[in-house]
Design a protein around this ligand. Structure first.
Ligand code: ZN
Length: 245
């Protein structure tokens, strides 16, 4: 081959490489432009593989009710709501992590809640030590994302009653729940719910002796919400909404 032909071949290879690189860069830019980055951040498969600090914050925030503040409801024999909540909340975080969701545990008045952006906030409490049975789930009365809040509540409600067999007590939902302080602390676009897992009196056996069952039920509710949100993001409809990060 002559030097001239070699030079031409060389130049051709260089140009081809450049064109291929530019095409790849354009594809990558398109991917990120179309929400690829959010999909990557929200990917449960990736979360299992990567260290949790890859994510700037938790996808899901779990508040262990009364932790770091007070005892919460108390039974005559000394059973404390705060400790019951903590047994459950730490297990919820662990089971979410097993499912590849980056979850983090928060105290009741955790300063990190201020302006927190997360895909979901769930606060875990239990009801007083009376001989009654049933659970409650509520979201903020004042919210800019009612559909997302409602979806989180309905997922928790459905999965929790399914797994624990407890009855949902909609009539017992109080202002303490709908005006819960943490709803006001986190960012406006963070969907939030508070769950009263049962009564320390009538549901004591379940709450104290089966914290794994209770925690898995709550984690299933959170996963149901995340999955449904992902579906809505994939298939935008007139009634759908964006996750609005
Ligand atoms: Zn409480």
């Amino acid at each position: 081959m002559s030097t001239h032909r070699l030079e031409r071949l060389n130049r051709w290879i260089k140009w081809s490489l450049l064109v291929v690189l530019l095409a790849l860069a354009a594809l990558a830019a398109l991917y990120f432009y179309q929400g690829g980055w959010d999909r990557m951040r929200n990917s449960r498969t990736l979360a299992r593989l990567l260290p949790s600090h890859f994510f700037s914050g938790p996808q899901v925030a779990i508040i262990s009710g009364h932790r770091g503040f007070d005892s919460g409801a108390m039974c005559k024999d000394g059973l404390m709501e705060a400790l019951v909540n903590e047994e459950i909340a730490t297990r919820v975080v662990a089971s979410l992590r097993e499912e590849g969701v980056s979850a983090m545990l928060f105290n009741e008045y955790d300063p990190r809640l201020q302006g927190l952006h997360a895909r979901a906030l769930v606060s875990i409490h239990a009801d007083s030590c009376i001989e009654q049975s049933g659970f409650k789930v509520a979201s903020a009365e004042a919210t800019v994302i009612p559909e997302e809040d409602q979806l989180l509540v309905s997922c928790l409600r459905e999965k929790y009653s399914e797994a624990t067999g407890l009855a949902f007590r909609s009539t017992a939902i109080t202002k303490d729940m709908t005006q819960y302080h943490a709803f006001q602390r986190v960012a406006d676009d963070t969907p939030g719910a508070i769950i009263e897992t049962g009564y320390l009196g009538g549901d004591r056996d379940l709450l104290v002796n089966e914290p794994d069952k209770v925690a898995r039920a709550i984690a299933a509710g959170v996963i149901c919400f995340l999955d449904k949100q992902d579906e809505l993001l994939k298939t935008p409809s007139p009634t759908g909404y964006s996750s609005g990060k």
